[in-house]
Structure formats: structure tokens, C-alpha cells
Design a protein around this ligand. Structure first.
Ligand code: SGN
Ligand code: CA
Length: 509
């Protein structure tokens, strides 16, 4: 008996030791941006050269064409990532909720298993992070210029400089000071390119030579799409000349609101640029479509300019990994908390289950596992991140996690882990007026149920109608497809224990 006990003890000590020292346990770096549309990334087909470092990452790793979020909004998206659970299970349904950070989050499990863990930059979950060795976060949305940051002891400090640089430098400092005997997990959380798209002074005007073509559905009549018609996120009506596009003559906003944090030096460069833009704008006396299209150009130019710093800073992280011999044993994940409208349907913002906002960029470099240059069209969603990271780290996936590990797909990019993605958005009434809805996206179809304030269905054939302009719900020949999708959707609601959605489904109309 004693010998057996001793043996068990010896084995446990030994396995603990190998666990902590296992050189093969990969480090994990997650670069998480805010509102970065796939359409603005070179590797996904954007032609404007804004993302050389991301494009490099895709060449050295894999590009996922069908990565989706399960609730296209900031806080909820981060909560899904942290927990591997849908919004109704992790409690963060919309940005007004408070994330219970004491719940089971995967970084805490990584930490327990010997990882050093950190979250730096945008967090936006109201509560403070838990389960990390280190964190330093923006309060709320964070600011582009000279942002405040909250450190672990609760102190709020103003950091001089541009937010994207600050978050990156802080990450590199943390990496420099880490305990090199342990693997690490870090989230580099950027504010960019979130509204109000404020570029770094060095990047101002970098896209002024480009005339961005209007998306084909820029003037969308929203036929048979009630929620699309009801939204308040159009470039024409919602986007503000002052607040969003920095025109000081807009009576809606005082100049101070976007430049008040700046140092005199930053402000000088800023004004130098925008004053010229504004002088030209005033001279043109635009109205109607010409004004809307001018707004679109300004929006695109600012948004793209903001991503230049983002990409440069991603380059800094990649260079750090190279220089410190870490590239080979580090998984680098690039993703955003959701997509964004770059004028499609006439919009900015996200929230809808339509492709541009539900789809998110996902690039993973995983040396030794993922073949460089891989392109995957398999369905995955952000509820799958937590189990994937645990799996990659060799940590057991708790059974309460609702997502699925992507590891089989990473090992064999032709295999698939899911046949559909489930979605549920809750923030109504709320900013931008997008109705509550849930639905299912398969590789070909999308069925959406809007509920609560207004009850109706939408059905899209993504193969024939990738821009989701034609709601096929109720049309002849689609009865069987609709019935099948409804059935699948109901199954998903049951499996995922989404009572609110099941209640909506139970209402016949
Ligand atoms: C802010 C923005 C909205 C945006 C939400 C959510 N308004 O409220 O346009 O939809 O954030 O974005 S702003 O005037 O403050 O810019 S999220 O990415 O944080 O979910
Ligand atoms: Ca966001």
C-alpha cells in the first residue's frame, strides 16, 4: 500500500514538473482589434495596401474565410471569447451588461496549468479582469490619443502617445519581463479601428489619393427587410460631420470633443490636416447624394488610416517574436471583436447578423501545425476560441464550454468542426436601433428571426445573393429549405439552452 502511495506521489510530482516545463507547450498571442472589417485587410482582398504585416501573417499561417461572431458587439464578443459560452450563458448580452469576471474563463485555467497570462488594452467588460497574472486596460471604450489606463491596483494613469502604440509597447514590456521558463498567453487588445476612426498624426491623409468605389448596395432600398429599414447606422443620416468626420464647423459638436486630449504638438499636426480638408469641404457646398458620398470617402480614408498604425504595431509584435526566437513556438491569432460595414447597405457599425458584421477576420500562425498559406472556408465561430486555446495548451476542456476546439481543423484544414453557426443579438432598444434577432448560418443559407419589438423572418441564399439583398422567406420553392433550417435552428436553441430564443420560436405568427 505504502509503495503504491509513494509511486502515485512520485508520478504526480513528475507529471507536474513536466507540465510546467514542457517546452513544446506553445505560447499564445491574441491580437484582438475592434471593428476591423475583413474587407479592409489585404489578405482578404482589400487592394489598398493597408495591412502588409497582417498579410505576412496570413502567408505564414492560415486565413479563415468563414469565421463568425455569435453576437456582433464589443463586450459580448469578448465575453464569448473568454468563456467559450454564448451570451445568454455568460451573462453579457449587450454592452450595458456587466461581465461577471469571476466565472470560469479559459485564461485562468491556462494560468493554473503554468502559463503566464495577460490582457492589455481594450477590455470593455465593465468589471475588472480576473484570472490573469497581469492586466492593464482602457476604461470603457478607451481613447485614441493620450488614453487613460487602469492598472491592477486600480490606479488610473494617463499615458502620453497614440493608443495603438501604447498597448503594443506595454505588451512588449510585459513580454520582456516575463518568466522565461513558462509559456505565455497574452491578449493585445486594440481600440482601433473603432469609431471615431482617429488616425495617428503620422498617418493623416495617407489614403487621400484613393477614391474608394461605392459598394454596389450603398443605396439599398431595404425592400422586404424591416430591420434594415429601421436601423440608425447609415452614413447618410447617422454619421456626423463633426463628431465622426472631424469638421469643426458642424454646429452639433465643438472642436474640443475630439482634440481636447491632444498635446499642442499632436493638435497642430491634426489641425494642419483637417483644416485643409474642411476648407475644401466648405468650398464645395455639397448636398444630397454628393454630400453622402463625400462622407463615405472621408469615413473610408480615416478608417483605413487608423489601420496603418494597427498594422505597424502588429509588425512590432511579430518582429519581437522573431528577435527573441519565439516565433517557432508561438501561436499568433489575429482577430477582431466583429466585422464592420464599410458602406455596404449604406452603413457603418455592426450588430446585424448580415455577413459584414457577423464575419470577423481570423488569421492564425501556428508553426509546425498549420501549413503556411493555408486558406480555410470551414465554418467557425468565436465561441470556439476558448476550447481551442485550452486544447492547444494541453489543458482539459471543461464540459460546460459550448464551443468546439478548432484543433482538428488546424491539423487538417479540409476537415470541419461545425455545419452551422448560431447567432443572437440583444441590444434593442439601443444605439443604432438594430432589432433583437437570432438565427442560423450554414455554409449556404442564413435564416434570421427578428423578435420582441417586431416579429418576422428573413432567409438568404448566400451563394446566389452574397450581399443579402433578397429576403427569400415565404417564397415558393423555399418551403423545404426553410423548414429544414427552422428545425436546425430550434435544435441549436435547445442544445445551447437559449430560452429567450425558444420562447420567440414558440410564438406562432
Ligand atoms: C459606441 C459607438 C457606437 C458603437 C458602440 C458599440 N458610439 O457607443 O457607434 O456601436 O460603441 O461599439 S460612439 O459615439 O461612442 O463612438 S463596440 O465595438 O464597443 O461594441
Ligand atoms: Ca467592436
Amino acid at each position: 500500500m505504502r509503495i503504491r502511495l509513494l509511486l502515485i506521489l512520485a508520478i504526480s510530482i513528475l507529471s507536474l514538473k513536466t507540465y510546467a516545463q514542457q517546452p513544446s507547450r506553445p505560447n499564445i498571442v491574441v491580437i484582438l482589434t475592434d471593428d476591423h472589417a475583413v474587407n479592409a485587410i489585404g489578405a482578404y482582398g482589400s487592394k489598398y495596401g493597408a495591412t502588409p504585416n497582417l498579410d505576412r501573417l496570413a502567408k505564414e499561417g492560415a486565413l479563415f474565410n468563414r469565421a463568425f461572431v455569435v453576437n456582433s458587439i464589443c463586450g459580448p464578443s469578448r465575453a464569448v471569447l473568454l468563456t467559450g459560452k454564448y451570451s445568454h450563458m455568460n451573462g453579457m448580452r449587450d454592452n450595458r451588461d456587466r461581465f461577471d469576471a469571476s466565472q470560469d474563463v479559459f485564461p485562468a485555467r491556462l494560468k493554473q496549468s503554468g502559463f503566464q497570462t495577460a490582457w492589455i488594452g481594450k477590455w470593455h467588460l465593465v468589471s475588472s479582469p480576473q484570472g490573469f497574472d497581469y492586466w492593464n486596460i482602457f476604461p470603457g471604450q478607451g481613447l485614441y490619443y493620450n488614453p487613460d489606463m487602469i492598472s491592477m491596483n486600480g490606479d488610473i494613469t494617463k499615458h502620453n502617445g497614440y493608443g495603438t502604440d501604447i498597448v503594443t509597447n506595454m505588451t512588449i514590456n510585459w513580454l520582456d519581463k516575463r518568466d522565461e521558463s513558462k509559456p505565455f498567453f497574452v491578449v493585445v487588445g486594440h481600440k482601433a479601428p473603432h469609431r471615431t476612426w482617429m488616425p495617428d498624426t503620422t498617418d493623416l491623409g495617407k489614403f487621400d489619393h484613393i477614391n474608394f468605389p461605392l459598394p454596389k448596395n450603398f443605396y439599398d432600398p431595404y425592400t422586404k427587410r424591416i430591420a434594415a429599414e429601421m436601423q440608425d447606422m447609415s452614413i447618410e443620416k447617422t454619421m456626423k460631420l463633426g463628431y465622426d468626420l472631424k469638421m469643426k464647423s458642424d454646429p452639433d459638436v465643438t472642436a474640443a470633443s475630439f482634440i481636447k486630449r491632444m498635446s499642442p504638438e499632436q493638435r497642430k499636426k491634426w489641425n494642419n490636416y483637417y483644416d485643409k480638408v474642411e476648407a475644401d469641404f466648405i468650398k464645395k457646398k455639397l448636398t444630397g447624394k454628393a454630400l453622402t458620398e463625400w462622407k463615405y470617402q472621408r469615413y473610408m480614408r480615416d478608417y483605413y488610416s487608423t489601420t496603418l498604425s494597427l498594422d505597424r504595431n502588429i509588425g512590432k509584435i511579430l518582429a519581437y517574436l522573431d528577435k527573441n526566437n519565439l516565433t517557432k513556438n508561438t501561436i499568433v491569432v489575429y482577430t477582431s471583436d466583429q466585422g464592420f460595414y464599410m458602406g455596404e447597405h449604406g452603413w457603418f457599425d455592426k450588430r446585424f447578423m448580415y455577413e459584414e458584421s457577423m464575419r470577423t477576420p481570423l488569421i492564425i500562425r501556428y508553426p509546425g501545425v498549420l501549413k503556411p498559406g493555408t486558406v480555410s472556408n470551414q465554418l467557425i465561430s468565436n465561441v470556439d476560441f476558448a476550447p481551442t486555446f485550452l486544447d492547444a495548451a494541453g489543458v482539459a476542456i471543461p464540459k460546460q464550454i459550448q464551443g468546439l476546439s478548432m484543433m482538428p481543423l488546424l491539423r487538417d484544414p479540409n476537415s470541419s468542426i461545425r455545419t452551422s453557426v448560431y447567432y443572437h443579438f440583444y441590444e434593442f432598444p439601443g444605439e443604432h436601433s438594430v432589432l433583437k434577432h437570432f438565427g442560423i448560418r450554414t455554409s449556404r443559407y442564413k435564416l434570421i428571426r427578428f423578435y420582441d419589438h417586431k416579429n418576422f423572418w428573413e432567409l438568404y441564399d448566400l451563394q446566389k445573393d452574397p450581399h443579402e439583398m433578397k429576403n427569400l422567406y415565404g417564397q415558393k420553392k423555399y418551403e423545404a429549405i426553410t423548414a429544414d433550417l427552422k428545425n436546425q435552428l430550434q435544435q441549436l436553441c435547445i442544445e445551447n439552452k437559449d430560452k429567450e430564443a425558444l420562447n420567440a420560436l414558440a410564438q406562432n405568427f
